[in-house]
Write a protein that binds this ligand. Structure first.
Ligand SMILES: *[C@@H]1O[C@H](CO)[C@@H](O)[C@H](O)[C@H]1NC(C)=O
Ligand SMILES: *[C@@H]1O[C@H](CO)[C@@H](O)[C@H](O)[C@H]1NC(C)=O
Ligand SMILES: *[C@@H]1O[C@H](CO)[C@@H](O)[C@H](O)[C@H]1NC(C)=O
Length: 421
């Protein structure tokens, strides 16, 4: 009887305790009660259970200032408050969230972000502020987030990115490790020049490996812009208005592996533009540009894994002889590799034309390296010139001597050949 009673008590306890772990109404909980996903709320649940570590508040109506997060959320690892009409954030709103690794405030109406609003987020690795109404990134915005690794700022109408926006406070007595940020996304941010001081200085962002600046309005890239950003491995500049890449444009990116320049108005790329990352560049996107000729020597064909040259008006001639060998493209029916000139091939498939319609071009790169050829040719030319000059001088001397009626037997040796000319 006592045992039965005991079991009943335990049973009741279990039922009620699981019930207390239930999801708030309007939310769903998944992943063994770790993740809570709520939609359509007008405020956040005040008390949540400890075992929840991931919170997603999507399409809620949280107009006005977002208040301080209740203490019951302090175990959270992930917090997403997205598409929820948040207009501003209270200072210290997240100050108890010392374990938070990922914060997303994507798709709200936030106009101002500053370091006071991010106070306390000492474990934060990723922050996503995409699709808000931010206009300024102030100096040392992430001063309270020392291990931050990834910053997503895309789709904001920035007017000012301060020079020390991504910098960590400097302490001359004890210089810290600097910013740990490796990934920055600034797509579609209303930028018409690259904020060089903020992004391209090694001492500010010594660990930056990936920079996405696509869908901005750059038409001109300054020379040597990237000379102090040696760690960048991935650079995305799709859908800007870049017209040409010269030798200095990308100089300094000594570890670059992936370069995206799709959908610009590129008409020229100098042959040595990729020299600094010649041996590391694996992925290159040049589709949707105005390229007609690209020199064979631009790429290190031994390391190229993907080269997208779709949708350019290629000149179908031996200047682009490499196109016939072009096989680094995955099979993709979307590929449009078309001749833009000469007139007779215009609109035709460049691979077919290059293979079957033009006279065979010398296989690219098969002949001697032009530089090696030059090194061999120069001494030969010099020697030949010296010999020629020597012969001419000698002949002149002999002619003179001859006209003075001396050394006739010497002149006989040379005279016949010269006189017949
Ligand atoms: C290459 O570019 C074309 C045109 O932009 C696109 O449709 C295709 O998906 C690209 N391929 C790869 C592998 O990126
Ligand atoms: C293929 O690329 C050429 C050159 O850019 C362009 O004129 C043509 O319209 C493109 N065709 C398709 C089907 O996209
Ligand atoms: C690409 O297409 C060719 C012939 O059309 C085929 O032999 C090859 O296996 C294909 N490659 C891939 C990766 O699908």
């Amino acid at each position: 009887m006592e045992l039965k009673c005991c079991i009943l008590v335990i049973f009741v306890f279990l039922v009620t305790s699981t019930r207390s772990q239930d999801c708030p109404s309007a939310c769903t909980c998944t992943d063994g009660q770790k993740t809570m996903i709520c939609r359509g709320l007008t405020s956040l649940p005040e008390a949540v259970d400890d075992h929840f570590t991931e919170f997603i508040f999507d399409n809620c109506n949280l107009q006005g200032e977002f208040p301080k997060m209740p203490v019951s959320y302090s175990h959270a690892h992930t917090l997403q408050i997205i598409h929820s009409n948040v207009e501003s954030i209270a200072d210290g709103a997240f100050e108890d969230m010392r374990e938070l690794v990922m914060l997303s405030l994507r798709g709200n109406k936030i106009q101002v972000i500053n370091s006071a609003k991010l106070f306390g987020l000492s474990s934060l690795l990723t922050i996503d502020l995409q699709g808000n109404q931010l206009t300024v990134i102030e100096d040392e915005l992430f001063r309270h987030n020392p291990i931050l690794n990834k910053v997503i700022f895309s789709d904001n109408p920035f007017t000012k990115i301060n020079d020390r926006a991504f910098a960590q406070p400097e302490n001359t007595d004890n210089p810290g490790p600097g910013s740990q940020i490796q990934y920055i996304e600034l797509e579609n941010c209303n930028l018409n020049t690259i904020p060089t001081a903020a992004l391209c200085i090694n001492s500010v962002l010594p660990n930056l490996v990936s920079l996405d600046l696509s869908h901005n309005d750059f038409s001109h890239l300054e020379e040597d812009l990237f000379e102090h950003t040696a760690e960048i491995e991935q650079l995305e500049l799709d859908s800007c208005k870049i017209q040409k890449i010269t030798k200095g444009t990308l100089a300094g990116l000594t570890k670059l592996k992936s370069l995206r320049l799709s959908n610009n108005i590129l008409s020229a790329i100098d042959e040595e533009s990729f020299a600094d990352f010649f041996t590391s560049l694996n992925y290159i996107h040049l589709d949707y540009n105005k390229l007609t000729v690209v020199p064979y020597g631009l790429f290190n064909w031994a390391v190229v894994k993907v080269l997208n040259i779709s949708n350019n008006p290629w000149e179908c001639s031996c200047s682009n002889g490499w196109i016939q060998e072009y096989n680094v493209t995955p099979n993709d029916t979307n590929y449009n590799i078309t001749c833009g000139s000469p007139e007779m091939y215009k609109g035709k498939n460049a691979l077919q034309v290059m293979k079957y319609e033009i006279e065979p071009c010398a296989a690219p790169g098969s002949g001697p390296d032009p530089m090696i050829a030059l090194y061999i040719a120069i001494p030969i030319i010099i020697i030949l010139s010296i010999v020629t000059i020597f012969i001419i001088v000698k002949i002149c001397i002999l002619k003179k001597k001859d006209s003075h009626g001396r050394s006739a037997q010497y002149s006989l040796v040379y005279k016949p050949t010269t006189e017949k000319v």
